[in-house]
Ligand binder design. Structure first.
Ligand code: F6R
Length: 606
């Protein structure tokens, strides 16, 4: 979602800030802006892409201090005026803000009563007004920010520049802020990734922290006063390039990175000799695992689909009840939390607000949560304090692909690990682990020969709706496939467990309706086959995703075969054609495949 950059240093600020904005583009946004202190406080901002902003900037902007932003609209429409930065009434401060100020309406009315006029509809502009008022009272920047934020309710990652002070100030409450200490200056960002080209020494603010970079370096304090406990960390070298390389889009690059990403995820975590999984970061002894009464998994979107597959494998391999929750619903259900239960929060970005809120609900009720997270040092990873990094490398396309696979792989290893403490026979465990270890090679084989994806694209691209069916583990693959096609190609999609079709969705079918069926060679294949017959009898046309060489192929109009694997690993293969169908359908409709409309990579609002 929204992205923040700030800089104070020896270099010209504009190129540093704009370079950072480009690295934040993948998060999704609808406008971009820049403020540079250079004699006055100069602001450029407009709707559209960062490149559009760059095209309208003067050739060489001087000034070594500034802030910048990419905005994803929440309060107020997508307009130039609502884009950030926002200025104080006399242009003596400029701010950029991520998050939502919940009492902005009341604060704004108060300010208007005392004569203030606003230039935007955003909740953020009140911060600029309050900050400038505090500066006008003679407060120093950090004190002024403290005063401006006191009395505001909501969430913020906020960064400010000052006309009369050689300082950049930032603060965090519920919306991430990171600071990089480079040789040439101090860089602020809402995401550690843009910092990596300048330094690997990064400090991630805690909620309630604020920081200043000025003539004397930088320091971090608490909003309530006193020093912060935050310490700098050295960022791990992320595997995988953040650049496109030879690929036309990040999504297709990331689809092709799945074998390598999986190898990173499972490496060192599979013990084939003893037939066990080794997820050390969980900090759970075998004895502790035997005492777990049940497992709950939480996530949103694709992460939730991966959690559903993990849930089924845990239940099957460990004979232990497991359930998945939509994270955005969880806390509103006033859930009963058993402190002895095991909870997993599954998230690529580690910043999803709904998932964070669900974790807090569990922690408030005495439970512990383990993260299954990609982004190292992210809010969820830090809040959980224990868990599994899935090591997908940077995922930049808004649609999640390689993170899904690695979430499933990590949860499969966990299912074996907890299964082994509860009587899972070693031979069975070894079969699953061997299967998992072979998956990267099988994905490579499939990607080298993808089957008639374009025939499937022809069937779905102009359809008024597409039905996805699958059963057992494949029911979650069907949901994931439907989500991908819907979010990228804007084709309405429904996903149902195949057995549910006759209880309602079958009414949609008419001559030529496209149905995508996920039917690997597993125990429920015959049941799925009956659903295919029921669809065909109503004139539906079937895109069948099945195991290579399986007889069920006769039942498809378009048949996409994936290599045979252990049935428990089948989602890692059957999901691939669904990713490719979504990708190519979006392209054939001329859509922006990496940045679909209205979506953001990291959903940091509720
Ligand atoms: C779909 C997609 C989203 C995310 C969801 C959760 O392709 O990417 O549905 O899966 O917003 O995001 P994370 O995993 O970052 O918590």
């Amino acid at each position: 979602m929204c992205g923040i950059m700030g800089y104070r240093g020896q270099r010209r600020a504009a190129p540093v800030l704009l370079g950072g904005l480009r690295r934040l583009e993948y998060r999704g946004y609808d406008s971009a802006g820049l403020a540079i202190r250079n004699g006055g406080m100069h602001v450029w901002k407009q709707i559209g892409r960062v490149q559009g902003l760059v095209d309208n900037l003067p050739a060489e902007i001087q000034g070594t201090l500034g802030i910048a932003h990419t905005r994803w609209a929440t309060h107020g429409g997508v307009t130039d005026e609502n884009a950030h930065p926002h200025l104080g009434p006399h242009q003596r401060v400029a701010i950029v803000h991520n998050g939502i100020i919940e009492n902005a309406g009341a604060v704004r009315r108060d300010l208007e009563r005392s004569g203030a006029t606003f230039t935007s509809e955003t909740d953020s502009e009140v911060i600029a007004h309050r900050l400038e008022a505090a500066i006008d009272e003679g407060l120093e920047p950090l004190e002024a920010m403290r005063k401006a934020l006191n009395g505001l309710r909501g969430t913020w990652g906020v960064c400010a520049a000052f006309l009369d002070h050689d300082a950049v100030v930032c603060a965090r409450n519920g919306s991430p802020m990171a600071i990089g200490e480079a040789e040439h200056g101090v860089i602020f960002s809402s995401d550690p990734q843009p910092l990596s080209e300048h330094t690997n020494r990064v400090l991630i603010l805690e909620d309630g922290d604020m920081a200043i970079a000025d003539e004397s370096g930088f320091r971090v304090e608490r909003l309530t006063g006193g020093a912060s406990n935050t310490t700098a960390i050295v960022m791990e070298e992320a595997w995988g390039e953040a650049e496109l390389g030879d690929f036309p889009h990040f999504m297709i690059k990331e689809i092709h990175e799945q074998p390598e990403a999986l190898r990173h995820c499972i490496s060192g975590r599979i013990d084939l000799r003893s037939g066990n999984g080794r997820l050390g970061g969980l900090h759970l002894s075998p004895k502790a695992l035997t005492e777990v009464p049940h497992v709950r998994l939480l996530g949103c979107g694709t992460a939730m689909h991966a959690a559903l597959i993990g849930q089924q494998l845990i239940e099957r391999l460990a004979r232990l009840p497991a359930v998945t929750h939509v994270a955005s619903e969880f806390r509103y259900q006033d859930p009963v939390v058993n402190p002895r239960a095991l909870h997993f929060a599954v998230s690529q970005s580690g910043e999803t607000m709904d998932t964070l809120a669900a974790i807090k609900e569990i922690q408030l009720k005495g439970g512990e949560v383990h993260g299954v997270v990609n982004v190292v040092g992210s809010s969820i990873a830090r809040l959980c304090g224990q868990g599994v990094y899935i090591h997908s490398g940077p995922e930049q396309a808004v649609a999640s692909t390689k993170a899904f696979s690695n979430m499933v792989a990590a949860l499969t290893i966990f299912a074996v690990q907890i299964g082994r403490t509860r009587g899972l026979p070693p031979a069975e465990a070894k079969q699953v682990l061997r299967g998992l270890r072979e998956v990267p090679d099988l994905i490579e084989a499939y990607l080298a020969d993808q089957g008639p994806i374009m025939d499937a694209v022809e069937m779905v691209k102009d359809a008024s709706s597409v039905l996805f069916l699958g059963r057992d583990l494949s029911a979650s693959v069907a949901r994931e496939g439907a989500l991908k096609l819907m979010e990228l190609a804007y084709v309405p999609c429904l996903a149902y467990p195949a057995g549910e079709m006759k209880h309602g969705p079958i009414a949609l079918l008419e001559e030529g309706s496209p149905v995508i069926v996920i039917a690997p060679d597993d125990e429920v294949k015959e049941k799925v086959s009956s659903a295919i017959h029921e669809c065909r009898a109503r004139g539906a046309r079937i895109v069948l995703i099945c195991t290579k060489g399986d007889d069920i192929a006769e039942q498809g109009d378009v048949v996409i075969e994936v290599p045979r694997t252990h049935p428990y690993c089948s989602p890692l293969l059957t999901v691939l054609p669904t990713q490719l169908i979504a990708y190519h359908t979006a392209l054939s409709l001329g859509l922006d495949v990496d940045r679909p409309r209205n979506l953001a990579k990291s959903v940091t609002v509720e």
